[in-house]
Ligand binder design. Sequence first.
Ligand code: UDP
Ligand code: MG
Length: 224
Amino acid sequence: MTSYSSSLSVVIPVFNEEANVAALAEKLHAALSGIGRAYEILLVDDGSRDATWERLKAAAARYPHFRLIRFRRNFGQTAAMSAGIDAAKNDVIVTLDADLQNDPADIPMLVAEMEKSGYAVVSGWRKDRKDAFLNRRLQSMLANGLISRITGVKLHDYGCTLKAYRRDVLQGVRLYGEMHRFIPALCSWIGGDISEVVVSHYPRVAGQSKYGIGRTFRVILDLF
Ligand code: UDP
Ligand code: MG
């Protein structure tokens, strides 16, 4: 056993989440301040039109581990994640959503699983997912089946943003469109093993989902 513990870069896309930033910052700090390793938190403001940027600056003034990136206009979740991934400096990159549907408290568990397994990707699985059935979970079930078949990589939950990646592997894949959900498959193709862990999931309590039915079609296009 080595006692080496990998350093951490957390990457979070943020679009019009003014009502979630303060609580998110607090939960990240609570989850990571005692983790006993170097870490940074990259928050990418994807062209928000509300007070998100001001809230992010206030959080960064309070917590020195925060690094901010700002897009001039809205480029989409995958582009925001991609910019954060490019800027990340540490050994392990963890991605998650800003709206508190993912729980920052799960981050240490993903990192522990990565070190234990030695795998390049640890994928969060929202086994008890708190989203509407018809326009969300049903679509996801179909998408998960399709992505599994086409990519040959078997996971329960491609759409869960909460995942951990070895930086050297992740920075080797190019992302566009709605492709963030195919990151595990792309990593697997270039030789990374994947393990899956069950993560918490919560309903969105503040702000609004940025997606409707149109996303389903964009995901299918990117798959091909
Ligand atoms: N997001 C983003 N750019 C966008 C749309 C969404 O950065 O154009 C962020 C959003 O702030 C959140 C995450 O991506 O942190 C997931 O978005 P959302 O919660 O709307 O998706 P859902 O959970 O409804 O699938
Ligand atoms: Mg959400």
